[in-house]
Design a protein around this ligand. Structure first.
Ligand SMILES: [Zn+2]
Length: 168
């Protein structure tokens, strides 16, 4: 870092104030050569985590997609959006905590199952049954949707009362 006023090197610049702001750290600095002061900001660069699918394709980790597939698994269950959000946050944090640039979609699926197991039995079974077959979080969401629709149709069929035959 160089002083923006006189170009002196970093050896001449000292930090006189450090403050944490919402998206990073703000530092007030002073150059001991020209005595000018300036501010710098440090921000955490968002890490681009890549998810490696079973077929080897890589896709950027998408939190919204994660929330969506969990939401589908929780269809018509007593699970609040806040609970799903929280679970997604936990999964995201654990993924970044691995400290890797790439993570297998399988690992993501396992983390989702771990969360759903604690949240709702039915959602867990829905997710797990489809996931274990597909081993891929993306194609799964669609499948769960179909699974739920199929179950609903079966229920409807079971509860259907035959219509009385009307005369001419
Ligand atoms: Zn200076």
């Amino acid at each position: 870092m160089k002083c923006p006023f006189c170009g002196s090197g970093s050896g001449h610049i000292r930090v006189i104030d450090t403050r944490e702001v919402t998206d990073g750290i703000r530092r007030r600095r002073e150059c001991d050569q020209c005595k000018n002061r300036f501010t710098t900001y440090e921000r955490v660069a968002s890490m681009n985590l890549l998810v490696v699918k079973t077929d080897g394709r890589r896709e950027e980790f998408d939190r919204d997609k994660l929330v969506k597939s969990m939401r589908i698994a929780c269809t018509k269950r007593a699970v609040s959006s806040a609970t799903i959000e929280q679970a997604a946050q936990k999964i995201e944090a654990s993924l970044y905590a691995l400290g890797k640039l790439e993570v297998d979609s399988k690992k993501v699926g396992e983390m989702v199952m771990e969360q759903l197991r604690d949240i709702d039995d039915v959602a867990f079974v829905r997710f797990a049954s489809v996931y274990r077959h597909f081993q891929d979080v993306d194609s799964m969401a669609e499948e769960i949707k179909h699974l739920i629709e199929r179950k609903r149709r079966e229920e409807e069929l079971k509860n259907q009362i035959p219509l009385p035959i009307t005369g001419e």
